[in-house]
Design a protein around this ligand. Structure first.
Ligand code: NDP
Length: 240
C-alpha cells in the first residue's frame, strides 16, 4: 500500500520533530517545513522534502505543498504545528509580539488549511491536525495573547471541521499541557521566562514531544470514518 504524504510545520524541533520521526518510522513520505532548514535536514529522515517556509507566507506554504505533492502524491495528513509563545504582561508587552503570535499561530494554521483542504475535499479523504494548547481551552494569567491565538485555533478547527465533514475530511485539534521544548526560550522578558521555565521544571519537563506525537498518530491511525475531534493531554501532575 502506498502511504500518503504527511506535511508537518515546525518540524525542526519539539513536537514537530517527534511527529516527523514517528511518521517516517511508519514509512510515510514527508514534507517538513520550518524556517531553519539545517534543523529539518539534521533529522536525516528518508523520503523527506524539506522547505525553508515561514508559515505566515501563504504563497510559499502552498508552493511547498504543491512541490512535494508532485513527487509523492497528495497530502493525506497536515500537522499544523508551528507556533510561538511570547508570554508577557499585556500592560507592558510590545504589541509587535502580539502580532507575531497572531501571524504564526492563527494565520499560519489557516495558511496550512488553505494549502491542503480543497484537494482533500476533492479526493473525499484527508486529515488536518491543528496543534493548539490547554491555553486554547482556558486562560492563564501572563499568557493573554497566546491564549487568544490558541482559542482561535480551537474555534477555527471546530468550525472548519463542520464544513469539511460532508466532504469526508477530518479536522482535529490537539491541546497539550506543559512540555519542555524550545518554545519558552523565545519569551523575551527574563522574569516571565524564568517563571514559565520554573513551572516546567516543577513538572520535570512535563510531557515529552513523543507523548504529543503519539496523540497525533492516534488521531491519524483511526479508520477514515472515525474523527477524533479533540485530544487534551498533560502531565498527570499538571493541576491547572
Ligand atoms: P518548538 O519551539 O520546539 O517548536 C516550534 C516550531 O515552530 C519550531 O520548529 C519553529 O521552527 C517553528 N516555527 C516558529 N515560527 C515559525 C514560522 N513563522 N514559520 C515556520 N515555522 C515556524 O516548540 P513546541 O514543539 O513545543 O511547539 C509546537 C507547537 O505546540 C506550537 O504550536 C506550540 O504553541 C504548541 N504547544 C506547545 C506546548 C509546550 O509546552 N511546549 C504546550 C501546548 C502547545 P523554525 O524556528 O525553524 O521556523
Amino acid at each position: 500500500m502506498t502511504l500518503g504524504l504527511v506535511v508537518i510545520t515546525g518540524a525542526g524541533s519539539g513536537f514537530g520533530a517527534a511527529c516527523a520521526r514517528l511518521f517516517a518510522e511508519d514509512g510515510h513520505p514527508l514534507l517538513l517545513l520550518g524556517r531553519r532548514t539545517d534543523r529539518l535536514e539534521a533529522l536525516g529522515l528518508p523520503r523527506a522534502v524539506t522547505g525553508a517556509v515561514d508559515v505566515t507566507d501563504r504563497a510559499a506554504f502552498a508552493a511547498a505543498v504543491a512541490g512535494a505533492e508532485a513527487t509523492y502524491g497528495p497530502t493525506d495528513l497536515l500537522v499544523n504545528n508551528a507556533g510561538v509563545m511570547l508570554t508577557g504582561d499585556p500592560l507592558t508587552q510590545d504589541p509587535a509580539e502580539w502580532d507575531r503570535m497572531i501571524d504564526v499561530n492563527v494565520r499560519g494554521v489557516l495558511n496550512g488549511v488553505h494549502a491542503v483542504l480543497p484537494g482533500m475535499a476533492e479526493r473525499g479523504r484527508g486529515t488536518v491536525v491543528n496543534i493548539s494548547s490547554i491555553a486554547g481551552r482556558k486562560t492563564f494569567g501572563p499568557n493573554a495573547i497566546y491564549c487568544a491565538t490558541k482559542f482561535a485555533v480551537h474555534a477555527a478547527t471546530e468550525a472548519i471541521r463542520e464544513q469539511a465533514a460532508p466532504h469526508g475530511v477530518r479536522v482535529s485539534v490537539i491541546a497539550p499541557g506543559y512540555a519542555a521544548t524550545e518554545l519558552s526560550s523565545h519569551i523575551t522578558d527574563p522574569d516571565t521566562r524564568a517563571a514559565y521555565q520554573a513551572a516546567e521544571a516543577s513538572l520535570e519537563g512535563g510531557l515529552t514531544a513523543d507523548d504529543v506525537a503519539r496523540a497525533v498518530a492516534y488521531v491519524y491511525r483511526q479508520p477514515q470514518n472515525v474523527c477524533i475531534r479533540e485530544i487534551v493531554l498533560a502531565d498527570t501532575n499538571q493541576v491547572a
